[in-house]
Design a protein around this ligand. Structure first.
Ligand code: ATP
Length: 251
């Protein structure tokens, strides 16, 4: 029996500004309930892949010129980013993109608008906020503080918390380790693994830090210049000599 793919990217090509081709026939799948790592060097096209899925590519004058993307059984190409959020797809972008002038809790409130198009009832909102605060007690402590004053790690927690409020089926996570200390990276990845395990949320995780990404992933893909060059279950990738040498820094 093959598991249901929550995300199926089939042979896509992406071009920016009608001229620069970045993805060249990229295919990958995320099975429901799994964490999948997408690894590769700088400029390989990892962020572009996530933007193609969430529809944010259009904001950067990028187009999916061929191939197909299916999210939860339906073609995603015709849907706007906010419709995809309501269907359960949430993109946590690189660089966190929180509202710095709002408080921590106001950032969560803003995420409930994305889910429903209006403010959630206070009971429903507070129960989804409770879940966020349970995973990230530090956000609870700082819930009335200005989000712009949070540390980098706390901002990353808030970015993931905003995704949780939207009750996603699939989270696209772009470089959650960026700029964080090793201790915080470990803390955040422990919580990413818990969210997957406890809530069954599928994740597509883009990371430069291959070791931490593979530690929480069930399956991994490695891309180079716009296409997948290697994929497999995490244990198999971690045993692969090239992966060990080039991505994990092991001899
Ligand atoms: P990084 O880890 O450095 O972000 P990445 O694998 O995520 O790398 P992308 O950000 O997807 O790579 O970029 C892939 C290629 O597409 C790069 O050559 C980049 O210069 C180019 N690119 C990205 N965004 C745009 C854009 N808006 N317009 C034109 N070219 C772009």
């Amino acid at each position: 029996m093959t598991a249901h793919a929550i995300l199926d990217i089939s042979n896509i090509e992406v071009v920016y500004n009608k001229t620069i081709q970045v993805l060249r026939g990229l295919s990958l799948k995320v099975e429901a309930g799994k964490v999948v790592a997408l690894l590769g060097s700088n400029g390989a096209g990892k962020s572009t892949t996530l933007k193609a899925v969430s529809g944010l590519l259009a904001l950067e004058d990028g187009d999916v010129t061929s191939g197909a993307i299916t999210f939860d059984g339906a073609p995603s190409g015709a849907l706007k980013p906010h419709d995809l959020v309501r269907r359960g797809l949430f993109h946590v972008m690189e660089g966190r993109r929180i509202f710095e002038d709002l408080s921590v809790e106001e950032n969560l409130v803003a995420a409930t608008y994305a889910l429903t198009g209006r403010k959630a009832s206070s009971g429903k909102a507070s129960s989804s906020f409770d879940a966020v605060y349970e995973y990230f007690p530090r956000l609870h402590e700082r819930r009335n503080g200005r989000a712009g004053y949070l540390s980098g790690g706390e901002q990353q927690m808030l970015a993931i918390g905003r995704a949780l409020v939207a009750e996603p089926k699939l989270i696209l996570l772009d470089e959650p380790s960026l700029g964080l200390s090793p201790k915080l990276v470990e803390e955040i990845f422990t919580i990413i693994a818990r969210i997957n395990r406890e809530r069954g949320v599928s994740m597509l995780l883009v990371e430069q830090n291959a070791a931490v990404a593979l530690a929480v992933s069930h399956y991994g893909y490695i891309m180079e210049t716009g296409k997948i060059v290697l994929d497999g279950p995490t244990e198999r990738l971690m045993a692969d000599q090239d992966v060990r040498e080039f991505y994990l820094g092991m001899a």
